[in-house]
Design a protein around this ligand. Sequence first.
Ligand code: ADP
Ligand code: MG
Length: 322
Amino acid sequence: MKEFDFIRHYLHTQADGNIILGIGDDAAIIRPKMGWDLCASSDMLVADRHFFADVAPSDLAYKSLAVNLSDMAAMGATPRWVMLSVALPELNETWLNEFCASWFQTCQDFQVSLIGGDTTKGKDIILNVNIWGEVPQGLGLRRSAAQVGDDIWVSGQIGLAAAALKHHLQEICLPPALYAVCNQALLRPQPRVALGQGLLHIAHAAQDISDGLLQDLDHILCASQKGAVLQLEHIPTLPELKQHLNKQQWQECVLAGGDDYELLFTASPKQRTIIEQIAQQTQTPVNRIGSIVPQADGIRIMQKDHTEYRPNKKGFDHFGTH
Ligand code: ADP
Ligand code: MG
């Protein structure tokens, strides 16, 4: 198959009222809504770095879109338009059929339209997705808006994807049923788009967890020039996973794991009731895991017995002043 057969036969733009010109010209034209800001993001997935080269094409298509949708969720934006640029070793029809079926299904599920991209031959699979969303003018959720006294919230359960990855890498061994649940979290993260939009006006700072809870919390803290106290036991996780792993393994998965694509956000304690309501309406579990403190305090991680937990993993060194 040739590049243009792929473009013509597999790719199409799902019309929406704001797309003036979709796939097929030198560029797409979109007309943003008056009174809304455009929110743009890009995420690249590289074989053997972000996914195993033999991953099912349907899972790869889903995840490449989901991680971008998650960026929109973290801004409180409504995702609208995506571009997909691919480097592929070959244009294999079976692979492309599976990939595109899953890609367009996910586009439909989240109501986003593919408006263009690029296709090129490459030694390894590389996918780059650009996404644009809309957010009411001035309301986009930023990392820099955390305030002292804010609660720190997190959606969903943390550490599952990291556990699946560690299992793949033979660093830990999960029983089959537990592995299946964790692997699902790794392959099919749920972008928290509805929750993100619900948090407009409510949350102060927000971001999605892609690089590990501590690392990503640190981004909020640096941008906001604040510190944090975390309650280790309040971090939501899969109980079976916590039971199965030893303390050190579990802490590594939840604190430094990554690939969770859950939302991490801060809000005034006055908003607790409304946040619980938004969580219910959007069917997204949320938990409070700590609070924002002045910057000089760094990140402190408290355990059930009120002693402080000091991560000994090298990567954690810069997360505290202690
Ligand atoms: P150009 O040579 O101007 O870059 P191309 O021939 O590469 O244009 O692409 C033709 C059309 O197909 C463009 O509208 C482009 O956005 C679209 N397109 C190419 N590859 C992809 C892809 N992987 N996903 C979505 N659209 C694509
Ligand atoms: Mg091109």
